[in-house]
Ligand binder design. Structure first.
Ligand code: SAM
Length: 275
């Protein structure tokens, strides 16, 4: 396990993922009944954008950095900025919150987060970031296995975020496979599955497999900031949402064109489809 999210925190892929995540958390909070969240690949939860790792590329400067001072930002980006400001008391962009911190900050009394992380250093960071928060339970265990072991949530409503590092070539296929049994246990949950935009025919096969395993409400949102890079630098990403909350489609149709225009490094674009 070599992947460290600190190198990528706040990049265009995090922007897409976290805009969708925050919209779906807000949608769950429209009802008073408690919800549970499973974050299968949580990471450390908080990233210093001026650390040596974050400054190596630095991807965030072409991601959240480009969207930070944007008075006319669409509501979805303004929402992300508010969530980031919660972790930057002086208003300057210094720390970027990862998914478990965004989720922990959204929890109400009775809501819960189950967050899985396998890398020992990331797990230690995660404990420090959200380990003492009420309703937060951390697991140093395999997130794919947790998809069946920890579902359904006790609250019987909620959200599942699946965000593997894709270090192994079969991780798209593997996720599509484990989603079947997960959907059998928790069919009405909202699932957010992040994927790199590298091999579109593989993603289309995965989408078809998810549909075949019983998910009939699907929304796919892709965002790319450049033409595909031969050397494998990530040019875009794709979120597959199962059981998307009302309003997500319209919110993304408003936000993604202007995010793509802001983040463009030559050939940016977006696509919202129903696979
Ligand atoms: N979801 C995080 C966010 O949005 O801030 C980023 C997660 S990062 C893309 C993927 C994380 O999964 C890494 O921290 C890695 O150590 C962890 N990981 C790798 N394999 C795992 C596995 N089988 N189960 C749980 N975590 C794993």
């Amino acid at each position: 396990m070599n992947y460290r999210h600190a190198f990528h925190a706040g990049n265009h892929a995090d922007v897409l993922k976290h805009v969708v995540l925050l919209f779906c958390l807000d949608a769950l909070k429209r009802k008073e009944t408690p919800f549970g969240v499973l974050d299968t690949h949580a990471g450390g939860g908080r990233y210093d954008l001026f650390s040596a790792e974050a400054m190596r590329s630095p991807e965030w400067q072409h991601g959240i950095g480009e969207l930070w001072d944007w008075p006319d930002a669409p509501p979805a980006v303004a929402r992300l900025k508010r969530a980031i400001l919660a972790d930057n008391a002086d208003g300057a962009l210094r720390h970027y919150p990862g998914s478990p911190l965004l989720i922990a900050n959204a929890l109400r009394e009775g809501d819960a987060l189950e967050a899985c992380e396998l890398h020992p250093e990331e797990y230690a960071a995660l404990r420090q970031t959200v380990g003492r928060r009420p309703g937060v339970h951390l697991h140093a265990r395999d997130g794919f296995e947790a998809l069946t072991a920890l579902l359904p949530p006790k609250q019987r409503r909620g959200l599942v975020l699946i965000d593997p590092p894709y270090e192994k070539p079969d991780e798209v296929f593997k996720t599509a496979q484990v989603l079947g049994p997960a959907l059998q246990r928790f069919g009405h949950g909202v699932y957010l599955w992040w994927r790199p935009l590298k091999n579109d025919s593989e993603l289309r096969r995965a989408d078809a497999e998810v549909r075949a395993s019983g998910a009939d409400k699907l929304l796919r949102a892709d965002l790319w900031v450049d033409a595909p890079a031969p050397a494998g630098r990530l040019h875009g990403s794709s979120m597959l949402v199962i059981n998307p909350p009302f309003g997500l489609d319209a919110t993304l149709r408003q936000a993604l064109p202007v995010i793509a225009a802001k983040l463009s490094r030559g050939a940016a674009g977006f696509r919202i489809t129903t696979p």
